[in-house]
Write a protein that binds this ligand. Structure first.
Ligand code: BGC
Length: 758
């Protein structure tokens, strides 16, 4: 049993508490002094209207001729709108365009045009900060590399891939003179039903934190002004992926200690690593919409975490305070509430109404000028960091590596490393290249399914912008084994479209069936579902195909883990592809045919029943079953599950000591051997279980991971170092503490126990 010693606990707490500062104003450090001098000199010249303009972010479409949501394939600026929004109200930033993907040349032209207007027609000529959603590559630029989504990268358990993907993304954004990306998504996705789970690194805090930092390093690096770097915007602060019902933008009910332990660390670590921008969550936590939550934005983010970048709202979320959250009677009140809560920039896509209200609020002494100055100082600081005051950024540079063969190979390598093998009965996989195969299912011949949302258009459903040189699963398999070995049948649509009879007929003439099932691309609210089961028509297709007696391999192209309980026993092989991007077809074909061995592991718990949605780090009480036993945790597959074409053995597990003090480091070492016949990569995951704690502990928590590549018979030693920080939790007083007692370390099927003492 664990002993409790309160005085020691308090001492430890003091050591590890988040650093707090008393002043919400931007904290200056010496290296930034020069930048702040420039910022302050500019700020001193600005009128109220000019300052408020900097706090306004509008959608590109608000400057164009025609209604905001027109379908466009080129841009025609509307001079009256441009005059009102950019010149009169001096909007400091513009974002996105999600109806067609301009080329890099077009982007440069449009953005330079905007910069020229503000430079020549506004008094101070402060450049506009252009922002975009580049969720998996520069997805809104024609021909750019479309990488797998974040959920795939998480499944690779290889942070180097997150960094490399972000590097190419920033490079390709800068090729279009776009300096600011609304990524990474650092939401810890705690509800499996959430449609945007694919944009996240999954359900585990540590994975999100580690992948997030790697992505930040690749995207923003030390100098976001560099030709291949951009300013990162981490989103959505806070709790966006943890709504109580799994719907997008739905309310969150959560204790503060849970928030601090589970949701906050990825943001905290990103801030410590130089993050410059944060987007607020559209949701409400414990009834308070995040956009008006002073405790969240000012107290926690700016004061306690010492965030010195600026805070932007999410899309139209000031209006949503009136129309959806019902916390403000009108827009003016909503502007006041959010700016006083600490919001620095409003994403008001459609017009300049935010600016109009804010000017009048300051004039009427309802919002102090000091708050405006704080916001604008933060924004100008980031603009300087982004390098946009330097005109040469908007000149044409050579971006010869844009969509290069090298980037495509990287994309393929990333996609391959994310594919996760969930079942391989009697080694059905890899398939024999000489066998006859039926490729069928809704995802089998579609680039859109492989890419998911945020692909050339917002929803990712438009086919006319697809890259013609990229291969669907069908095309990639045809290329690999020869078209004469491949039969195709559509099989089914997403939720309707029954072409099963034809598929069954064709299945009779092949040796094996590859059924590519999954989710239609979707984004944000349209991704909400009421049922986690895979749609009936797809389940029915698999049942009827399996009834032919031919072996069935499922390839699942989906962001969420859609329930497959009824068809899982019918499948011999199951490959989870998530949303693997433009090289996904090739990656899947390479994996199905054994040119690469799968090495992904699930970054979330895969439920078996819709009434059994857990995260892996639940409490033991959650495992209680109807017989009063502890067998109630019955997912289809656990977090961290994933097979390979080879086998790995973990041996020689040792720890530096089985009894450590709170100031000691603890090292755990073990050896991994490839005991199979092919080369493979293995993600080694280290979990820790706190045996007894004053807050019911998680059954286990991931604390370290690494990826090793091994030839057959090759062994590698792995060691991880832990400190007391890895053994802490947030207590009832919302403080990080460690308690003495026994802990168990778990690596693969091995456990070691040690004692932590004061
Ligand atoms: C989404 C954000 C996105 C923003 C700008 C919002 O609706 O929630 O993730 O960055 O739009 O497109």
């Amino acid at each position: 049993m664990k002993t409790k010693n309160i005085s020691v606990i308090i001492a430890i707490v003091a050591l590890f508490l988040f650093e707090s500062c008393n002043n919400a104003q931007v904290q200056k450090d010496n290296t930034d002094q020069e930048t702040y001098d420039k910022v302050d000199a500019l700020l001193a010249q600005m009128t109220l209207q000019e300052k408020v303009g900097q706090m306004l972010n509008v959608g590109m479409s608000s400057l164009l001729k025609g209604p905001f949501y027109s379908t466009r394939d080129s841009l025609v600026f509307d001079s009256a709108k441009v005059q009102e929004i950019l010149v009169k109200y001096g909007a400091g930033s513009v974002q996105n365009l999600s109806t067609f993907p301009p080329s890099t040349k077009q982007w440069r032209y449009y953005i330079s045009k905007i910069q020229k207007i503000v430079k020549t027609e506004t008094r101070l000529g402060i450049p506009v900060l252009y922002g975009i959603d580049a969720a998996h590559g520069a997805n809104y630029t024609a021909g750019s590399v479309l990488f797998p989504h974040e959920i795939n990268v998480a499944a690779s358990f290889n942070t180097a891939l997150a960094k490399q993907m972000a590097e190419v993304t920033s490079y390709e954004l800068k090729a279009s003179a776009i300096p600011w990306n609304f990524a990474p998504d650092l939401d810890v996705a705690r509800h499996t039903m959430w449609g945007r789970i694919y944009e996240s690194f999954g359900e585990d805090t540590y994975v999100v934190e580690q992948m997030g930092v790697a992505m930040l390093e690749g995207a923003q690096g030390d100098n976001p002004a560099a030709y291949n770097k951009t300013v990162s915007c981490a989103k959505h602060f806070l709790g966006y992926g943890a709504s109580y019902n799994g719907k997008d933008r739905a309310p969150v009910v959560m204790s503060e200690n849970y928030l601090r332990q589970v949701l906050l660390p990825p943001f905290k670590t990103a801030i410590e690593n130089g993050l410059l921008n944060i987007m607020i969550s559209s949701g409400a936590m414990n009834g308070v919409p995040s956009h008006i939550d002073h405790k969240l934005i000012t107290k926690l983010l700016k004061e306690e975490l010492n965030f010195k970048g600026f805070v932007i709202s999410d899309w139209n979320d000031i209006d949503n305070l009136v129309s959806v959250h019902k916390v403000a009677a009108n827009e003016r009140e909503a502007v006041k509430m959010s700016v006083l809560a600490g919001l620095d920039m409003c994403m008001e896509p459609y017009d300049a109404s935010f600016a109009k209200h804010l000017i009048s609020l300051v004039e009427d002494d309802e919002v102090p000028m000091s708050r405006i100055d704080d916001a604008v100082r933060r924004i100008l600081y980031v603009k300087h960091k982004a390098g946009i005051f330097d005109d040469t950024m908007f000149e044409e540079h050579e971006y010869t590596e844009f969509a290069s063969a090298k980037s495509d190979s990287l994309n393929l390598a990333i996609a391959e490393e994310t594919l996760t093998l969930l079942k391989n009965k009697d080694d059905i996989l890899p398939l024999n290249k000489n066998s006859k195969v039926l490729i069928t299912g809704v995802a089998s011949n579609s680039l859109n399914y492989l890419n998911g949302g945020w692909s050339r258009t917002w929803s990712g459903q438009e086919t006319k912008f697809n890259d013609l040189d990229k291969l669907t699963i069908l095309q990639a398999v045809q290329e690999k084994i020869g078209a004469s070995h491949v039969t195709f049948a559509q099989g089914s649509g997403y939720v309707d479209g029954n072409f099963i009879a034809e598929a069954v007929k064709k299945a009779r003439n092949v040796d094996v069936i590859v059924a590519c099932i999954g989710e239609k691309p979707s984004t944000e609210k349209p991704s909400d579902i009421d049922e986690l089961d895979l749609p009936d028509i797809q389940l029915e297709m698999v049942k009827q195909l399996a009834a032919t007696g031919k072996p069935v391999v499922l390839v699942m192209v989906q962001g969420r883990p859609r329930i497959i309980r009824r068809i899982e026993p019918l499948a011999d092989g199951i490959l989870m592809a998530f949303l693997p991007g433009n090289e996904g077809g090739k990656a899947i074909a390479n994996t199905l045919y054994g040119d690469v061995s799968p090495s992904g592991k699930l970054p979330y718990t895969y439920p078996q029943h819709s009434g059994g949605i857990w995260t892996y780090d639940h409490q033991l009480s959650d495992e209680r079953d109807v017989n009063f036993g502890l067998k109630g945790f019955t997912p289809q597959y656990e977090f961290g599950y994933g097979l390979s074409y080879t086998t790995f053995e973990y041996s020689d597990i040792t720890i530096s000591s089985d009894s450590v003090s709170m100031s000691d480091k603890l090292t755990i070492e073990f050896e991994i051997t490839n005991t199979g016949e092919v080369k493979g990569k293995e993600a080694a995951l280290l979990f820790v279980s706190d045996e007894v704690a004053t807050i019911s502990p998680a059954v286990k928590q991931l604390k370290r991971f690494t990826k090793v590549e091994l030839e057959p018979n090759e062994s590698k030693k792995v060691n991880f170092e832990l400190s007391v920080k890895d053994l802490m939790f947030v207590d009832r007083n919302n403080k990080w503490i460690a308690e003495p007692g026994y802990f168990t370390l778990k690596v693969a099927d091995k456990n070691v126990r040690f004692y932590l003492y004061n």
